[in-house]
Design a protein around this ligand. Structure first.
Ligand code: CA
Length: 725
């Protein structure tokens, strides 16, 4: 009763403050990862509030036994908490007691792990009609019996198994279909959204984001014929074009449309992907589809001619705003490209767009056409390296944002950073199921560090860029911000531990904003000011968004913990995973709960073992070739940092060295998540990579022995990322 009363009060509060429309967020249940039908990540619950939050403590927790990125927001329906984990595992718990009701582990083709740029993550489940829907990493959608976890049906939703498609998103229910997108635009994919019958899993429709090679015949739909005019007929159709809609799929119950944010172009640079240029529809766009037919109703392209991995797959918030005196039904959306957009849900028309981070790929947005005014001089890296703002990890990424109807503010983690980006030479042949983004990135939390890794002429060119001076002028940062949706103005901001410290957020009608950090803390702030009201040390990184619900009149706050996602192998010093590992768990809090036990500290580092003698024929040339192959294929998962999620290959034991070819080419460790590479790498390639790693291990061992001798700690160097993701 207490919770119900709170709910009613919250409704009144929202109305009396003049919030447009009846939207108040989620009630006692949290029915989809976004919470309510608008996915505003806001709760009407008020039992936990500023006066009593100091008593917030652990109600129960579930250790999941895995050690990867946790990105899902749990769902609570009928007293059961459902969530997902590594590669599409799913779990059901009694939401009050934490008793595990069932766990489901899909049999995943680990070979597809090779095409998961950004960890074996999963962003949640859909629950409807007594079933729980979850998508496995290898592109199978499972319908599970909500009571038992038994498989009711499963459907392979990947169109072309020769490609590198994978899946990390949460399914979305739209009428009598369940809709799922796919991931993999760094690889060789053609983006698509698939709708399956809720009851049978039968394919109902598939919508393709980009056209196929026109030489193969007519496109699937008239909208793709229209899109074709924005592509060079000689585009790299073999690579697929990209556009993978890996998140940001929302059914809008007001318009009846299925709203989809599409992904980046592949390869990255338009000059390689579509040499004659063009907007390359429908990359980097929001589209509205008719969920009955799968046909497009409208589109709005946020990043025409994407060169920078600027996905529009960041979470959509559906709400109402008063604009020029009129109540408008809108999408609030901040994609990677640095703007916060307000878009009319019915027409797709741009209403407002405001920068929320430094941007140099566009000079602004033309309000008449809704199109960005490109700044090619600053951001086209076809003829030389550029520092582009925002960086490819995006001003925003998957971390859920929240909209609070009472304050009218948009709350989100925002990254303000540029990155160095440059072409790799020439047009490369297709690498089937391989990285085909074909551009090199260096993230520049410290741009001077990045330059030290470049050949001198390139470093010189970078120093001459205005963006270099800008990067020096103001260091990069990630903040939790409260933002006015119509102006982009920051009302308050709170610095996080570092640029990789981003997290999803929850707001409640009691004026609380709750979010974690990768340092393992859970923060409760005041929505109006950002002031911290309560901090809970958990010792496990928290990137996922918290959610809240009530059972038997008690309000709970739940959150998934685990480091990972894009750049997952690069564990920053400020991540709790660095000191305490990455034990995945679901933590649930309530008033009067107990203390959270932090996982124990990891043992101190030991000096890298002695490497074996070099492989036959190893010389400087072979080692350099191995280094190139390593960065082109392996570095996306193997950071070779001693505190990483994947093994540090500078510390291989003799047995691993002995089996090196078997592991890389023969798939000896596929079950453990290490795919086989014999379709891309030859035995001589594997040997070259091995020679590079032996060389690295020799170097590492000698550096570390010197450190031990000098009495210095063995901690690794400061973070620099060179990556193709
Ligand atoms: Ca991407």
């Amino acid at each position: 009763m207490r919770a119900l009363a709170g709910f009613a009060l919250a409704v009144l509060a929202a109305c009396s403050l003049g919030a447009a429309g009846p939207q108040v967020g989620a009630g006692s249940e949290w029915t989809s990862p976004g919470g309510d039908p608008g996915k505003i990540h806001h709760s009407a619950l008020t039992q936990i509030n500023a006066q009593n939050v100091n008593n917030l403590g652990l109600a129960w927790q579930a250790k999941l036994g895995t050690m990867r990125g946790m990105e899902a927001t749990p769902v609570m329906v009928g007293g059961v908490l459902y969530t997902s984990g590594v590669a599409g595992r799913a779990y059901a718990f009694d939401a009050a007691t934490g008793k595990q009701l069932w766990a489901f582990e899909p049999k995943v083709d680990m070979q597809l792990n090779r095409t998961a740029c950004c960890d074996m993550v999963n962003r949640g489940v859909a629950v409807a009609r007594g079933k729980v829907y979850v998508a496995a990493l290898d592109g199978w959608l499972y319908a599970l019996d909500a009571k038992t976890g038994a498989v009711v049906w499963k459907t392979d939703f990947i169109e072309n198994r020769k490609k590198g498609d994978n899946s990390t998103g949460a399914p979305e229910i739209a009428g009598d279909v369940v809709v799922i997108g796919m991931a993999g635009a760094e690889y060789d994919v053609r983006g698509s959204v698939t709708a399956l019958d809720l009851e049978t899993g039968k394919l109902r429709w598939r919508w393709h984001v980009v056209p196929h090679d026109p030489a193969l015949g007519p496109q699937e739909t008239p909208e793709l014929e229209a899109a074709l005019r924005t592509w060079d007929p000689k585009s790299r159709w073999d690579i697929g074009g990209g556009g993978a809609p890996w998140d940001a799929i929302a059914f809008d119950s007001e318009t009846g449309y299925l709203l989809v944010g599409t992904g980046n172009g592949g390869p990255y640079a338009t000059s390689k992907r579509s040499p004659a240029g063009g907007d390359n529809l429908y990359l980097g766009s929001l589209v509205a589809l008719d969920p009955k037919t799968g046909r497009m109703v409208w589109h709005y392209q946020q990043t025409p001619g994407d060169d920078w991995d600027f996905t529009s797959t960041q979470p959509l918030i559906l709400t109402h705003l008063k604009i020029d005196g009129q109540d408008r039904s809108v999408i609030l959306h901040a994609p990677k490209n640095g703007f916060l957009y307000v878009i009319d849900r019915a027409s797709g028309k741009l209403l407002k767009a405001s920068p929320i981070a430094r941007i140099n790929w566009a000079k602004g947005i033309d309000p008449a056409t809704g199109k960005p005014i490109p700044d090619r001089a600053a951001s086209d890296y076809t003829d030389g390296p550029k520092i582009v703002f925002p960086a490819t990890p995006g001003a925003r990424n998957w971390h859920p944002a929240s909209f609070d109807p009472a304050t009218g503010l948009y709350y989100a983690a925002v990254l303000d950073m540029g990155n160095l980006i440059f072409m790799t030479p020439g047009q490369k042949p297709l690498k089937a199921r391989g990285l085909n983004n074909d551009a090199a990135l260096i993230f520049t939390p410290d741009v001077k560090d990045a330059l030290a890794t470049l050949p001198p002429p390139m470093a010189e060119a970078v120093r001459a860029l205005p963006a270099y001076a800008e990067a020096l002028r103001e260091p990069s940062k990630t903040q939790i911000r409260a933002i006015e949706p119509l102006t982009g103005k920051t009302v308050w901001s709170a610095d996080t531990a570092g640029w990789q410290d981003r997290a999803g957020v929850l707001t409640t009608a009691s004026g609380l904003l709750i979010h974690g950090n990768v340092g393992g803390k859970l923060f409760v702030r005041e929505t109006k000011t950002g002031r911290v009201l309560k901090t809970i040390e958990t010792g496990t990184p928290i990137m996922a968004a918290p959610m809240t619900y009530t059972v038997n009149g008690v309000q709970y706050i739940a959150v998934m913990a685990g480091w990972g996602g894009g750049g997952f192998p690069y564990v920053p010093r400020y991540s709790a995973a660095y000191d305490r590992g990455n034990m995945n768990r679901l933590m649930v809090f309530r008033l009067g709960g107990g203390k959270v036990n932090q996982p124990p500290l990891l043992p101190p580092l030991e000096v890298a073992p002695e490497p074996p003698t070099q492989v036959a024929g190893a010389n400087a040339e072979m080692i350099a070739r191995g280094q190139g192959l390593f960065f082109g294929n392996c570095a996306i998962c193997h950071a070779n940092r001693h505190r990483s999620i994947t093994p540090d290959l500078r510390r291989m034991q003799p047995g691993t060295h002995e089996l090196f070819r078997e592991i890389v080419l023969g798939g000896a460790l596929v079950a453990g998540g290490m795919p086989r590479w014999d379709d891309i790498l030859s035995p001589s390639d594997a040997d070259a990579i091995h020679s590079y790693l032996i060389d690295q291990q020799k170097q590492t061992r000698s550096d570390e022995l010197a450190k031990v001798k000098a009495g210095k700690p063995l901690d690794g160097p400061s973070l620099t990322i060179l990556s193709n993701y």
